[in-house]
Design a protein around this ligand. Structure first.
Ligand code: BYC
Length: 328
């Protein structure tokens, strides 16, 4: 792992720090072999690991509908989307590894509850309309949050985000298209869509994190240009983007305070229940135990695959070593 801070009498650390500060100030990228402060490395590992875990846990709520999708077309779309989420998790674990994190350790931290994942995936998906609303709201929120991360100061994270965002925009559109189809259907289907919208609206706003004046990590992450916008700014963008889409779809967003503010040129909206957010983050949401239990079981059931892969790699390495000895 590249070294971080340590004091030295010849002022080398200050020079490294200045170089790092200059890279950030010029909006250039920090790369894995560059010197970086410990705090920067730790913050990135924290955020990237949480992001990776969110993608992996995020496969479950929609994944539950793969065997029950109403048509072959919907099944194929859903399969592809959930597979994409697995891919996003893997890019992100790789990005965390470039910072010296150990993937096995990260997974262990997830399944033991020591590392977080997004609160949004602790809510249930009782109807197929939930699949559509997750695409529209949750992937829509992810796009608002992640497009600016494509300009994040850490190179591997920023580059992973470019690809992830392209896929997220397909995910959002498939969700919206699914809901459009349901809205053209029966009265019962329209009611199902409205019910899913009512259940997912507030948790989706909570995805952006606590309000700015209660966000302990924001100031530092923004100074390091890991985060480009505050939690409240991104939440506002999401509301402004989603309100006209709701109008076109023909659903009502469940917020009596929601209205266009001519003066600000943006929407005013109500305050999400941040005590609920904190409760869910701490493990007490409707599905936390189920989500982690399932991830832990899948990890344990997959132990034989990891052991076989490790044994194969060790055998290959031994063979290569023997071949080198013969050749010498
Ligand atoms: N849920 O100081 P703050 C997807 C934590 S998946 C849980 O504002 P920060 C998808 C926060 O971590 C995409 N925890 O923190 C997948 C911090 O805790 P620690 C998921 C939350 O980091 C499948 C504490 O609260 N997206 O798109 O400056 C299907 C204080 O917060 C949450 C990402 O992961 C939350 N909602 O800002 C469909 C994006 N909010 O670590 C879709 C990358 C806050 O200090 N992450 N916390 O103990 C970020 O952009 C930022 O980390 C956050 C939080 C905006 C989430």
């Amino acid at each position: 792992m590249p070294s971080s801070t340590s004091s030295s009498p010849d002022g080398a650390d200050e020079r490294l720090q200045e170089q790092f500060d200059r890279t950030i100030a010029r909006d250039q990228r920090v790369e894995p072999r560059d010197w970086m402060p410990d705090g920067y490395r730790k913050t990135l590992i924290r955020q990237i690991a949480q992001h990776a875990h969110s993608e992996i846990i995020g496969m479950q709520p929609e994944g539950d509908w793969i065997t029950r999708a109403p048509s072959l077309r919907r099944k194929a779309i859903l399969f592809a989307k959930v597979q994409d989420e697995a891919g996003h998790g893997l890019y992100l674990y790789s990005a965390a590894e470039t910072l010296g994190a150990d993937r096995e350790d990260l997974v262990e931290r997830l399944i033991s509850g020591r590392q977080k994942y997004s609160s949004i995936f602790n809510y249930p998906t009782p109807t197929f309309a939930d699949v559509g609303v997750i695409g529209w709201f949750v992937d829509g929120a992810a796009i608002c949050n992640q497009v600016p991360l494509c300009r994040s100061s850490y190179g591997p994270y920023a580059r992973a985000m470019v690809r992830v965002c392209k896929e997220e925009s397909f995910h959002q559109r498939q969700g919206y298209e699914l809901l459009m189809t349901m809205m053209r259907g029966t009265e019962e289907q329209r009611a199902m869509v409205q019910d899913a919208v009512d259940r997912w609206w507030w948790p989706s706003l909570m995805m952006f994190g606590p309000p700015d004046d209660d966000s302990p990590n924001s100031a530092r992450s923004m100074a390091w240009r890991i985060k480009r916008h505050s939690n409240d700014e991104l939440r506002q963008r999401f509301v402004d983007m989603t309100v006209p889409q709701a109008g076109k779809l023909g659903v009502t967003l469940p917020d009596p305070e929601l209205r266009w503010n001519e003066e600000r040129g943006r929407h005013d909206f109500g305050t999400p229940d941040f005590t609920e957010l904190m409760r869910v983050i701490k493990g007490d949401g409707p599905c936390n135990a189920e989500r982690i239990g399932r991830r832990r079981a899948a990890h344990e059931e997959g132990a034989w695959v990891r052991e076989a892969a490790a044994a194969h790699a060790a055998k290959q390495a031994r063979r290569e070593e023997q071949e080198k000895e013969h050749a010498a």
